[in-house]
Structures are given as C-alpha cells and as structure tokens.
Design a binder for this molecule. Structure first.
Ligand code: UFG
Length: 339
C-alpha cells in the first residue's frame, strides 16, 4: 500500500518513512528540499534496505501538485509534514510562512479531492494551546491565539482540514506534537538545524561538541520548581511510530470521527534545567550555560495529557528523557564525523 509523505526528507518525516517501511508500506516522498538534503533518501535506505520513491517539487505549485496526483493514482493515504517551522523566522517573514504552509496544504487537499484520496494525517503542534490554564493539556483544552505566524499556520491548517472534511470525502487525524528531540538509534538520520539552532536540544549538543561556547537558558524566574520553563519532550522515533498507527487506523476505517485529534507527548514535563542534568548524566559531559532573560513568546509550562492517544491509538511513548538526550548526543557526534 502506497503512502505519500510530504516533507519526507525532513526531521520527523524521515523517521516516519523508516517506520512506515518497517510495517511494509511503500512510501513516496514529495519534498522541495528547501530545508533538507537528497542524501536522506540513501540514509533511509541504509536503515530500511529500501529507497523510497521521491519527487522533488514545491506543493505550493497547484499545476505540479495536480499532475503529481494524476500520475500517482495508487496513493492510499497522505502524511503531510511539508512546512516551514522556525518560529522566529515566521515573525520576520509572515507572508512567506502563510503562503508556504497554507497553500501547500490547500493544494494537497485539492489533489486528494480531485483524485479520490480520503485519508490525511497532519502534523500539528501543541503551540495551538498557548499557555493552558489547566495542565496537562487535553485535546479539548481551548485553543489560544498563536504567538507567531508559524503557530497560527498550524491553527489555521487544522481549521482548513476540518472545514474541508465537512463537505468533502476527506478524513483526517491531526497530531499535536509536543517537543520532539533525539534521533534514530543508528544515528544515520536525525535533525539538521540550519545555522544557529533555536531549539533547546540541538543547542545543547552543539555546545557540548564545541560549536557553541555556552547554552543560554531563557529565564529562571518562571513559576516552576527550579524557575526554568517546562516542556514535554518526546523521542522522534516514538513520535514517528504514532504516525504509522494513525495511518493504519484510517485505512482500517477505525476512525470514530471525520477529524480526530491526538496529543503526542510523554505526559511528563521537564524543565530546561532537568534536560541539562539528563544530558550531563547520560553523556558524562559537563555543559556550560548562562542564565539569560526570558525569550519573548515562550510559554511557562506545557505538557500533554496523552490518555486519549494511549487508549484510542493504543500508542504510548516509550523512551525516557535520558534515552532522548543520549540519542541526540550520538547523532551530534555522527554529524561531526561526517564533516
Ligand atoms: N531554551 C533555552 N535555550 C535555548 C533554546 C531553548 O533555554 O537555547 C528553552 C526555551 O526557552 C524553552 C525550552 O528550552 O523553555 C524549549 O525550547 P525549544 O525552542 O526547544 O522549543 P519550544 O517549546 O519553544 O518550541 C516548540 C517547537 C515549536 C513550537 C513551539 C510551541 O519547536 O515548533 O514549541 O510552543 F511552535
């Protein structure tokens, strides 16, 4: 059975392709390689023994998208990752974010409708919850105004999919990711942050390997036990596996609603300081850091209620924080060895 993975050469996409292949799915990737490399295809093949099919084009192009769907008329379901994802960049270039993230989704949905493809899994984000009043965040926790154009594209995308499904033969599973970190156990695929990383984990590993002098901790005056902000970190392979389960659920007609929403996290929150301690414990490396002011737009604390995903999907994140930080470090070392 053929699954289209848009953005399949990216960080979460590539890990998901490997898990799909392990379950016997045939994968076709569409990616414009704007934030990933063609070598990822060979790296996927090194792990799975099978190179996925690949088409390079931009899903914001409606003609190319429609031609693609007409040529590949045996696609059973879609996992749509293709999107820009840098919060700060989205503040600087909002139109670029709205155009890329929304138009590519609209063209993909149109292609589905025109070509009789029913099922789509969409990568959304816990960013739609903002700072929830009550924790943990449940799928019915009220959506809040996004704090960046990037976050807003996730909220609007969820609405576009939901409203489209109301009058078209489209079904969806919206997966709200918490904070994905780590890499495949082989360290053959992982995250390639461009330039100076914004996210915590790549900044930690780049500091440990000597590419950065010290980690800046954005604020230690939050109302949390150690004053640093709390997130729900989830291993990218655990996250990838949930996508396969979501696809299988749709294909087997097990969805209970046209659009289902699941939180993907571990259900446990860890502070920045706890992540640092975990990294030091799992690698034996001492990390230099400095306390700075809060980063604008950051929420204080958020973690997932994963009960719905656990019971309905029969899925549970398995990897511990120490396994996540160790795996991120293994990947950073593998990257350094490649250069
Ligand atoms: N942090 C630091 N120093 C750094 C980087 C991050 O202290 O150098 C802190 C942040 O302030 C935050 C935590 O580490 O408290 C996690 O930060 P990340 O940037 O790794 O992740 P965010 O939770 O800010 O961002 C994630 C996703 C975004 C999404 C956002 C929604 O990466 O895609 O959640 O809140 F929009």
């Amino acid at each position: 059975m053929k699954i289209l993975v848009t953005g399949g050469t990216g960080y979460i996409g590539s890990h998901t392709v490997v898990e799909l292949q392990a379950k016997g799915f045939e994968v076709i990737i569409v990616d414009n390689l704007s934030n990933s490399s063609i070598e990822v295809l060979d790296n996927i093949a090194k792990i799975s023994g099978k190179k996925p099919l690949f088409e390079k084009f931009d899903l914001t192009d409606p003609e190319k998208t429609e031609t693609f769907f007409r040529l590949h008329n045996d696609i059973r379901a879609i996992i749509h990752f293709a999107a820009f994802k840098a919060v700060g960049e989205s503040v600087q270039y909002p139109l670029m974010y709205y155009r890329n993230n929304l138009v590519s989704l609209i063209n993909t949905l149109q292609g589905m409708i025109n070509n009789g493809i029913r099922d789509i899994v969409f990568s959304s984000s816990c960013t739609v919850y903002g700072q929830p009043e009550k924790l943990p965040a449940r799928e019915d926790t009220p959506i809040q105004k996004a704090n960046s154009p990037y976050g807003n594209t996730k909220r609007i995308s969820e609405e576009i999919i939901t409203e489209t499904s109301e009058n078209e033969a489209i079904r969806a599973i919206l997966l709200r990711y918490f904070n994905p970190i780590g890499a495949h156990e082989t360290a053959i695929i992982g995250e390639f942050p461009q330039g100076i990383p914004n996210n915590l984990m790549p900044y930690i590993t780049q500091t440990a390997i000597g590419k950065r002098d010290f980690l800046r901790i954005w604020g230690n005056d939050y109302d949390t036990p150690d004053g640093t902000a709390i997130r729900d970190y989830i291993h990218v392979v655990d996250l990838a596996k949930a996508h396969v389960i979501a696809v299988e659920r749709m294909i087997a007609d097990k969805s209970k609603e046209k659009v289902e929403i699941f939180n993907l996290g571990t259900g446990k929150g860890f502070s920045v300081m706890e992540v640092i301690k975990s990294f030091e414990r799992s690698t034996g490396i001492h990390l230099n850091y400095k306390i700075m002011d809060r980063r604008p737009g950051d929420v204080e604390q958020v973690w997932a209620d994963t009960g719905f995903a656990n019971t309905e999907l029969g899925w549970k994140a398995e990897k511990s924080l120490d396994e996540m930080t160790a795996s991120a470090w293994k990947w950073e070392k593998a990257l350094a060895a490649r250069r």
